[in-house]
Design a binder for this molecule. Sequence first.
Ligand SMILES: Cc1cc2nc3c(=O)[nH]c(=O)nc-3n(C[C@H](O)[C@H](O)[C@H](O)COP(=O)(O)O)c2cc1C
Length: 152
Amino acid sequence: MQKSQIFFATQTGNSQEVAEKLQEELEASGIEVGCVDMFDSDPDNISELSHLYYVVSTWGEGEPPDDSVGYFEKLKEYPDGHYAGKKFAICGLGDSGYDIFNGFGKDLESELVRLGGVGIVDRVDCDIDFEELSDPWIAKIVEHEKALQAEA
Ligand SMILES: Cc1cc2nc3c(=O)[nH]c(=O)nc-3n(C[C@H](O)[C@H](O)[C@H](O)COP(=O)(O)O)c2cc1C
C-alpha cells in the first residue's frame, strides 16, 4: 500500500508554509496526506509510509533548525539500509549568502541515501525567494502523487 507523509523542519515558519501548501494542493486533487513538524515526529514511525516528503530549512552554520536536531541525530544513528526502499523528496530552504547553503537539506539527503531511501525528484535548494523553486517542486510532487493514485 502507498502512504505518504510530509515532514517540515522550521525555525521561523517558511518551511511549514511550503509543507502546508503542498498538503493543500494535494487535498485539492483529492489526495489526503499528513503534514507534521519533525519536532513532533519520531523517525521510527515510518513503517506504514512509502513516500516521505521533507521541507527543511538550514540554520546556524549549515545546521537543522533547533527543534529538529533531535530528529536528525536519531536518524544518523540508524544502520545503513534502515529506510531501504522508502521513496523520498527534499525541498531545502536557505539563503545563498551563508557559507553552507542549504546544509541541512544536503545532509538529510545524504543520510536518507545511506539508509537506503530512493529520491523520486531532484532535491531543490531554495534561496530567499523560496517560492521560485518550492512551487515547481510542489507541482512535481502533486503529479507524482496523482500517478500513484492512478496506479492504485
Ligand atoms: C541566524 C540565521 C542563520 C542562518 N543560517 C543559514 C545557513 O547556514 N545556510 C542557509 O542556507 N541558510 C541559512 N539561513 C537562512 C534560512 O534558512 C532561511 O531564512 C529560511 O527561509 C528559513 O526557513 P524557516 O522559516 O522554515 O526556518 C539562516 C538564517 C538566519 C536568520
